[in-house]
Ligand binder design. Sequence first.
Ligand SMILES: [Zn+2]
Length: 372
Amino acid sequence: MAAAPRKRSRTPAATAAAAGTGPRRYCAQPVQIPRQLDPSVPAGRASAIIAASKKWVVGTELSYYCYKKGDAVPSAWFGSNTDVAEVDTAFQGWAALGIGLSFRKVAQPGDAMVRIGFDPSDGSWSYVGRDVLNVKDPSQRTMNFGWALNTPYGRDTALHEIGHSLGLEHEHQNPNAGITWNTQAVLDYFSGPPNNWQQSQIDWNILRKIPVAEVKGTNWDPDSVMEYQFEAGLIQAPPNYQAGLMPKGGLSAADKSWVQESYPGIKPPQVSQLKVGLSQLLKLKQGETRLFEFAPTRTRSYNIGTFGVSDTVLVLFEVAADGSRTQVAESDDSGSDLNAKVTLRLQKGRRYQVGVRLYYADAAAETSIQVW
Ligand SMILES: [Zn+2]
């Protein structure tokens, strides 16, 4: 069946129709305890770690699964064929930007990093970036959709929740937005139907400012797919949003450039070979990632690690014959005096890739990687 053409910008009539007669429902992120680094970690290093710690290592293949009939989870989580197709389309929309991440739909929830439910009573939400790895139980969701996805608002919701999984936060919480809320109006609006949020959810999703290190860019992007629509009376300043805020719909130019800069596409000449016992300089700048190939010549336990005074996350992927990649181990040494290291039994004849993201280095040129 041919895909229906997608409307990427809203006409006023479509906006009115999508808005319906009452307040709309919004994405409600699960309230999290922010990561605490040891107080001895200097501020510059800490903000570099915070900026990168939710981002995936380039080369990661995000596997995803939509719960369906037969799974041992509440039946309310099962998605309709229509909504599942919209989720697939939204993943393809992000992938089409030519980024260094790929997405693969898998047949079992236990094989998926991103597990998606469609419970209408639970709203729409997703864990942010690598936080999804903390949800390990195959019967637990990392994302939920609480309303139909085959509308302009629904398609933007699908892009928005996947944006969270890629590491994006809400754009109205960007401290550079300079938004002053009418706090009482915000509390009244979101605690009422149909959202019925607790104050902690309102604080977490609307009023809280996100640390500068974690936001998408230095400038506020009111057209971001990570921005909410806001009705009149909720924003006091900037004054031109007192009458409400309506993002254009779809991915904004800044959404696209953020994901392309965070996850640059991988060109084969950039992938170096790792050889046992030979260290290679990482040659990474802060926030950059690099991918290496490793083909074991014997089946045995191998160590793969970084050396140098730096904070890195190191991820080991196994690459299947069809090119699909599975993350088999990871190590994150950020904020500690240790180096990232994984130890795993690897099989001769199989193909592995090692991805490294450098959060921070005292002397970046001296950080290296080695297999032994
Ligand atoms: Zn959200």
